[in-house]
Ligand binder design. Structure first.
Ligand SMILES: NC(=O)c1ccc[n+]([C@@H]2O[C@H](COP(=O)([O-])OP(=O)(O)OC[C@H]3O[C@@H](n4cnc5c(N)ncnc54)[C@H](OP(=O)(O)O)[C@@H]3O)[C@@H](O)[C@H]2O)c1
Length: 417
């Protein structure tokens, strides 16, 4: 179809997001789709064969194409595509959070050197315009914290465990059947996907280039009914919360941790596959954005918004990233204290940790629960050993005492008997 603007787009990928973008473009024919590059020659398609190519170069070297959308599921190939487009000074939008977060310094440098453009709103929270908000509105205002539920699959599972009493396995199977979780859910339930997203948020919100090992990360894969019931007795819910926060010493604290949230937090009300992001700015105060964090049309809509903005000449300013003449980076903090709840079915494997305070309870040969306070850097250092114990690890707000957790645990036991 001839477009109203006379502009042509080349699309890489025709899966969940690629098809979502294609649907949106069919209903809003401002752009002509040149071709769609896919991988599997045997797959049945909803479009005629001549709509597709299997050779990325057929798109990348077509000088009649004005911009590209990279929406494939292979991060290595996605990097090659984005790199080649930027080296040619082209405009490309992408949804690949893993690829972008792991290569951000290079991708920023390529844009500077060759004057190309890369936009990636769809990579963070699907339809929620968080990067554009950070760039366009908070480019100059200091932010104190950006935190939220950034992964729809794990939130769907946690919601089902809490609201319907499903087991983790049942909730995961349901999320997979509905297309909210991948066949291999590790990236989602292990907190890696949220880590990629909070890293991108940290770059735009605080100018920090984050290495994955600097982020305290634990997932939800070892949560049990015991943990869910404990949260309910305490009046809260576990949510997988990613946060980037400036502390009292002007250092950045980064984490992706299951966190006990209460009705006084907006995050308590983010349910199923939805995402929610809370922003706390120095002058503007607090704001909260909630919306669909994944899915074909919501993510396709975010890609379309980037495509339209890029055609109008929009680029990220990366206003908070340190410039070459001022290479001082925001330091990432490990000295702050965290209160954590931990339950492990392998108490015999628990490593010795430098707890500042520790209360153990529910200990028998098959189980141990504890509430402890520890320095972030110590938890970060011992996390690999803790993960060997198949522990569920979560942050507890400081206003919940260890005694309250012990009492709640006793109540859970009485209810289960
Ligand atoms: N799904 C979501 O809701 C969502 C939300 C935000 C961001 N994202 C991101 O968006 C991207 C796409 O996700 P998706 O869910 O749309 O994936 P998907 O449904 O699995 O589709 C992936 C597409 O990529 C194509 N592809 C894979 N490797 C390729 C290669 N080497 N060369 C050319 N094409 C290749 C596949 O080709 P075939 O069709 O031939 O198999 C398929 O069309 C990922 O980076 C994902 O993280 C997804």
């Amino acid at each position: 179809m001839k477009s109203k603007s006379g502009k042509r787009i080349g699309i890489f990928g025709f899966g969940c997001v690629g098809q979502g973008l294609h649907d949106v473009l069919q209903e809003n024919p401002h752009l002509e789709v040149a071709k769609i590059c896919v991988k599997d020659r045997e797959k049945l398609r909803t479009l005629p064969t001549d709509a597709f190519t299997y050779d990325p170069q057929e798109l990348l070297q077509d000088t009649s194409i004005d911009l590209f959308a990279e929406l494939i599921s292979d991060p290595k190939e996605a990097l090659l595509i984005v790199r080649q487009a930027l080296e040619a000074g082209k405009t490309i939008v992408s949804a690949n959070k893993k690829m972008i977060s792991e290569n951000l310094p290079e991708l920023v440098a390529l844009q500077e050197e060759f004057c190309g453009t890369l936009l990636y709103e769809a990579a963070v929270c699907g339809s929620i315009p968080i990067l554009r908000t950070l760039e366009a509105y908070y480019g100059t205002e200091p932010l104190q914290e950006v935190s939220g539920i950034l992964n729809g699959s794990s939130n769907y599972i946690l919601t089902k465990l809490d609201a319907e009493g499903l087991s983790y396995e049942q909730a995961l199977a349901e999320a997979q059947a509905l297309g909210f979780a991948e066949a291999d859910p590790t990236l989602d339930v292990g907190g890696y996907d949220a880590l990629h997203k909070i890293s991108l948020i940290a770059a735009h919100a605080f100018g920090a280039l984050v290495k994955p090992e600097q982020v305290l990360r634990a997932g939800i894969q070892h949560i049990s009914k015991k943990d869910i019931n404990l949260a309910q007795v305490l009046g809260g819910r576990f949510r997988l919360v990613a946060s980037a926060k400036i502390n009292a010493h002007n250092r950045l604290e980064l984490q992706v941790l299951p966190t006990l949230v209460f009705p006084d937090s907006e995050l308590y009300y983010v349910e199923a596959e939805f995402n929610g992001v809370a922003l706390h700015a120095k002058y503007a105060g607090s704001q909260f954005l909630k919306g669909r964090g994944a899915g074909s049309h919501p993510t396709g809509s975010a890609v379309w918004a980037d495509v339209s903005a890029a055609l109008a000449g929009y680029k990220y300013s990366y206003a908070k990233l340190p410039k070459e003449e001022e290479p001082v980076q925001l330091k990432i903090e490990g000295e702050d204290e965290l209160q954590v709840y931990l339950r492990t079915p392998r108490p015999e494997l628990l490593p010795q940790l430098p707890w500042l305070q520790l209360t153990s309870f529910g200990v028998d040969s098959r189980n141990a629960q504890l509430v402890g306070t520890i320095l972030r850097k110590d938890l970060l250092a011992h996390l690999p050993a803790l993960k060997q114990t198949a522990a569920f690890i979560a942050q507890l707000p400081s206003y919940i005492s260890a005694n309250q957790a012990v009492n709640a645990s006793c109540q859970v036991l009485e209810e289960l008997v």
